[in-house]
Design a binder for this molecule. Structure first.
Ligand code: SF4
Length: 369
């Protein structure tokens, strides 16, 4: 299994917590940028001739802020230059403040069959504090346009003044609006973002409080029929994200666009983060890669275990043996011994017990050593 990621780095406005590669002041470059993205796909085309890709993911930034015909064109270019499997999963991230019936119709014509909507919270004052351009009414309008479609809603925890009641309201709105998948993740206050000041001032909930909100949200999601399949991801049966599952299975993926990263043929590589450099490079016929490294076997083994432990499927001993020719419990003997009380076995796989999945980072730190 292999995936394709396309980065659309434009937004209407920079959110207060955002440290993603997004350029709110460069929207007028969208047409030129997309032409470069098509060109990058062409440049890679030949090298990737032996691959069949099962998933395509438009992430950002805000892919839904640009003219939808550019998304249509990107899918067309992928089909022309690369090989897609018969029924690929094609996802687009959408900001509820940028959607319209016409846009969704064009996405569907392009073959998009999964939508990821950034709700974040159902409390308008919190959305405003995050610098989001949408409010709850915009989300509900977006969800009404997506009625019957396979769509996911993002929910954020750890917001200023956020209570359990706020989390309940958010999850209920997401579930009742028809989402088949919910990603629930904690806000990370990154140094250099405006929200970092709130963090320094002690205005954001601390780690224990966020863990309590998470546990509360997890229980509520379960009651509503969403099963957790990864630490931050919950889905109705059969609606898990194939694209993300490929990452956690350490599958290969190719990234296009500014700042996009890739993992192919045992190498991890990353494109430039500079928009002008990206465009100049591609227009001159060069790949915009700035960093590339071969993954050493020891790192590959750790990645395999770390990624698998994020999911409820855990580390499959047979798959590990197939990949590396050894027994993972032997390769990580000390770490396994120290952490075994947090683990459980099922069908040849070892996973973190449900109640400890949220604190997996502490458990996995043992494996890093
Ligand atoms: S919409 Fe997403 S990418 Fe854009 S500024 Fe907000 S958080 Fe960043």
């Amino acid at each position: 299994m292999a995936g394709i990621y396309l980065h659309i780095p434009f937004c209407k406005h920079k959110c207060t917590y955002c440290d993603f590669t997004s350029f709110p002041d460069r929207l007028s470059f969208a047409e030129a940028y997309m032409a470069c993205l098509y060109k990058e796909i062409e440049l890679r085309g030949e090298q990737l001739g032996s691959y069949t890709f099962d998933t395509v993911y438009f992430g950002g930034g805000t892919p839904s802020v640009i003219d939808p015909t550019y998304i249509y064109g990107a899918v067309k270019q992928i089909k022309r230059r690369l090989r897609l499997s018969k029924n690929p999963e094609i996802t687009i991230e959408m900001n509820p403040g940028t959607v319209s019936e016409k846009k969704i119709a064009v996405y569907k014509r392009a073959g998009v069959n999964r939508f990821s909507v950034g709700l974040q919270t159902a409390i308008d004052s919190q959305l405003e504090n995050l610098g989001r351009i949408h409010n709850v009414r915009d989300y509900l309008y977006c969800a009404s346009l997506l009625k019957g479609e396979n769509f996911s809603a993002d929910v954020m925890l750890g917001l200023k003044g956020q209570s359990k009641e706020d989390v309940r309201k958010t999850i209920e709105i997401a579930a009742e609006s028809g989402a088949k998948h919910i990603s629930m993740y904690a806000l990370t206050p990154e140094d250099g973002t405006p929200i970092y000041t709130d963090y320094l001032n002690g205005e954001l909930p601390d780690g224990d409080e966020v863990a309590r909100l998470y546990d509360y949200g997890r229980t509520l999601l379960k009651e509503k029929g969403f099963s957790r399949y990864e630490v931050s991801n919950f889905a109705k049966k059969g609606f898990e994200s194939k694209h993300n599952l490929n990452y956690w299975k350490r599958g290969e993926y190719i990234g296009f666009g500014v700042s996009a990263s890739s993992f192919m043929c045992g190498k991890r590589f990353t494109n430039t983060f500079d928009l002008d450099e990206y465009m100049k490079c591609v227009l001159s016929g060069f790949l915009p890669v700035i960093e590339s490294e071969d993954v050493k076997e020891q790192d590959a083994k750790f990645e395999f275990v770390m990624l698998a432990m994020r999911t409820v499927y855990g580390v499959n001993a047979e798959e590990y043996r197939k990949a590396f020719g050894s027994d993972w419990k032997e390769d990580f003997r000390d770490a396994y011994r120290k952490t075994s009380r947090y683990l459980e076995e099922e069908n040849g796989a070892t996973r973190i017990k449900d109640e400890y999945l949220y604190v997996q980072n502490q458990i996995l730190a043992e494996y890093m050593n």
